[in-house]
Design a protein around this ligand. Sequence first.
Ligand SMILES: [Zn+2]
Ligand SMILES: [Zn+2]
Length: 362
Amino acid sequence: MPEARAMVLHGPRDLRPGAFPLPDAGEDGALLRVEACGICGSDYEQFEGALPSPYPVIPGHEPVGVIERIGPLASRRWGVRAGDRVAVESMLRCGHCADCVQGNYGRCGARGGVSVYGFKPIADAPALWGGYATHMYLDPHALVHRIAPEIAPEIAVLFNPLGAGFRWAVEMPRLRTGETIAILGPGQRGLACVIAAREAGAGAVIITGLRRDDEKLALAREFGADAAIDVERDNVVRRVRELTDGRGADVVVDVTAYAVDAVTQAVDLARRGGRVVLAGTKGGRAVPEFISDRVVTKELTIFGALGVDWPAYEHAVRLIESGRYPLDKLHTHTLPLAEAERGLRMLSGETGEPAIHIALVP
Ligand SMILES: [Zn+2]
Ligand SMILES: [Zn+2]
């Protein structure tokens, strides 16, 4: 009997291979043959146990693959057929709650924190709810985007970080042509923000990082950043003032993970009336010395950003297909499924090997 192979997380730091029967697509679902799955920063938090997750679970919520089987209803609804290549959104929305019907399906009230690919336990039939696998089940509530078959799978999966770039740097803060944006953190999502801001016609794009990020900062310049600031060497507030004629940035996006001081810095870097997007999570820690009066006196607007939505994913897919950016430079590692743990540890910096974007290819 044909089987799906997958990596299964049985508990914190307990990731092992497993095998599952291939399910039917049913009337309104589909079966995806996974070509590649991006490793996300939140996958590491899940692996470590910092992010609550049911066990055992197949991780992975950033897959691209080919539709292997599809039910007639799903085919009609999604406009795709067997053999089509699709990028699959992370979230499984219900489609009926108040948030869903208003288009804010990322906040779907019915989700209860479990209806996200990579976070549904294998106990829920048909078990294949994660991208760290040869096959994944596409639920009737899945959202798929067609993506050109010519793109290499490990580049195609960049739809996820790039989608985040479009939503967090452009859509949410309504970045306008000619505006200045400061991006804190040069990881895959920070670099994606640089590209998205460039695409949106930003006037000046500034990115910050640490000394050990020098290669990522150089890459940011290649992708169109006008200034890349090493916060350990330079006074970032002074540098941004210099670059903006003393005004500060119109938009500041924080995509740093765990760095709580980036939040106060974002408030300092924004101009009066500016917009701040907080997208990097801090492992539940409080921000010390956060002076809320600065938000009041500067009349700042602060957005919390979780995930990506349909228009941002569409932007990302079209950008990848355009071939306008050397995205292969963003992608640093392709690993087989069996090396998922190594990929997770590498992305987190645990192994000391420099990595930006890592894809698992079954
Ligand atoms: Zn993710
Ligand atoms: Zn809903």
